[in-house]
Ligand binder design. Structure first.
Ligand code: SDX
Length: 427
């Protein structure tokens, strides 16, 4: 006999099914609650509410576990590449060598972005934030690739996926090139995906860009660690927008906008700005820990805390080690890293943070590596978006394949009761 949840409402007892996930997570299925009882549930920020069933990412916040399709991020970060993890996240299995080569070649079919897209980016001021430009350009891709809206069969879906993987990384680098007043680069189909990212970003007409394998490897690892994270704010947004059957580009564009917020992906930029402020303030980390604890001060320790991880974010642990390695490899001595480690130590010894299970998250150390690689601060969240793209695509594909209903939450109304219209002369 499977477990059920009994709930007493208005003198009636209702029995609701309990469903269990692969890792024994349990959920009360309330799909019939309103029909049965007239009641709905309320859960601000969805802290206790599952929006879907998914087989892509498993996350255990209490034990700091993160797996994509069953593979731990520790093993994937150590052994895989971003394109291979993208294939795994989107299609569900690690590819054979032939499948991976085919995937990369199918992406290469679409790496040329329509020249007229340049008219759109030219309309932005150089000072525009790259995330706003990226969200706009991503949505604009629909105008030049209308077929990507209809994904009613596997062939169309696969084509839309390859187009998105191909064009997103190009337009993402265009946001940087535009801000610098540099000419926009083209993808080079003779080179790898992450090497192309570096070329697209930094190659100038005045001479070839020398790829450093160590930088490619560090970026591969960072993109892998950002690839997916179950139903986070931006991924839930992509699924919600896609549930209305809006196209893939439009749905990804909405995910970019959600990720931009400083409480979400925008935190990696906010962390660097916070560390810079602490450095410029004489490195007084205790002062900023006090500010973060002060309820009257809106300041939060950026890069700390997480909705789900109530233990160390496993990605932060890997990125922290990678930061040490990358800075040593590049011979960069960045005082910001020392401030970050000191801030982490002080915070983790403080009861306020310990009692609230506030640990460094994925955004706390990633910016230090991006900075060492020469990525400007306002491009940090674009880096997050490039890494998260396969997760957004995979989750969107799963939502459409599972023919999920259009997302339409309920509410508890707290406004005025019915009242009659009053002529303006009588108000
Ligand atoms: C990402 O969801 C994901 O998976 C996201 C992500 C992904 O891969 O997609 O992991 C990426 O977004 C990581 C998070 C990046 N954001 C930041 O680093 C911004 C700083 N962090 C906080 O804003 C906060 O921790 C959140 C938004 C991340 C989580 O907020 P919650 O779960 O809604 O927690 P909360 O706001 O209810 O806080 C609980 C308590 C509160 O204090 P009390 O009311 O109990 O006294 O903890 C405090 C908060 O004030 N708190 C902090 C804090 N984070 C929470 N206090 C100081 N500094 C912080 N960073």
């Amino acid at each position: 006999m499977s477990e059920t949840a009994k709930i007493e409402l208005g003198g009636q007892t209702y029995e609701l099914p309990v469903i269990e996930g692969t890792e024994n997570e349990k959920a009360i299925d309330i799909s019939k609650l309103r029909d049965l009882s007239g009641y709905i549930t309320l859960d601000r920020g969805y802290k206790n509410t599952g929006a879907c069933m998914s087989s892509i990412t498993y996350l255990d916040g209490e034990n700091g576990i993160l797996r994509y399709r069953g593979y731990s991020i520790e093993q994937l970060a150590e052994n895989s590449t971003f394109l291979e993890v993208s294939y795994l996240t989107i299609f569900g299995e690690l590819p054979t060598a032939a499948q991976l080569i085919k995937f990369e070649n199918d992406i290469r079919k679409y790496t040329l972005v329509n020249e007229e897209m340049k008219n759109i980016i030219d309309g932005f001021p150089r000072t525009a934030h790259p995330m706003g430009v990226l969200s706009s350009l991503t949505s604009a891709l629909t105008a030049f690739n209308p077929k990507a809206v209809n994904v009613d069969n596997e062939k169309e879906m696969y084509e839309a996926i390859c187009k998105t993987m191909a064009k997103f990384i190009v337009i993402a680098t265009w946001t940087y090139r535009k801000s610098m007043g540099f000419p926009l680069n083209y993808y080079d189909n003779t080179k790898g995906y992450v090497d192309n990212f570096l070329r697209l970003m930094f190659e100038l007409p005045t001479g070839p860009y020398k790829i450093d394998a160590k930088i490619t490897s560090a970026l591969d690892k960072l993109f892998i660690l950002h690839a997916d994270h179950e139903q986070n704010c931006s991924t839930s947004t992509v699924r919600m927008v896609g549930s209305s059957h809006a196209g893939l580009f439009a749905s990804i564009s909405s995910g970019v906008s959600a990720l931009w917020g400083p409480l979400h992906g925008g935190a990696n930029q906010a962390v660097l700005e916070m560390l810079e402020a602490i450095k410029n303030d004489g490195g007084d980390v205790e002062k900023y820990v006090l500010k973060a604890k002060d309820k009257d001060d809106p300041f939060r320790l950026m890069g700390f805390g997480h909705r789900v991880y109530k233990n160390f974010d496993p990605r932060a642990r890997i990125i922290k080690k990678a930061a040490d390695d990358v800075l040593e490899t590049l011979g960069v001595d960045d005082p910001i890293l020392d401030i970050a480690k000191k801030l982490e130590k002080v915070a983790l010894e403080d009861d306020y943070f310990k009692s609230r299970n506030l640990y460094p998250n994925v955004d706390f150390y990633s910016g230090i590596i991006y900075r060492a690689l020469g990525i400007p601060v306002d491009m940090f969240t674009v880096m997050f978006a490039i890494g998260r793209l396969p997760g957004w695509i995979g989750q969107w594909k799963e939502m459409r394949a599972n023919t999920e209903p259009i997302g339409r939450p309920r509410q508890v109304y707290t406004g005025e009761r019915e009242r009659n219209y009053v002529e303006i002369s009588k108000r």
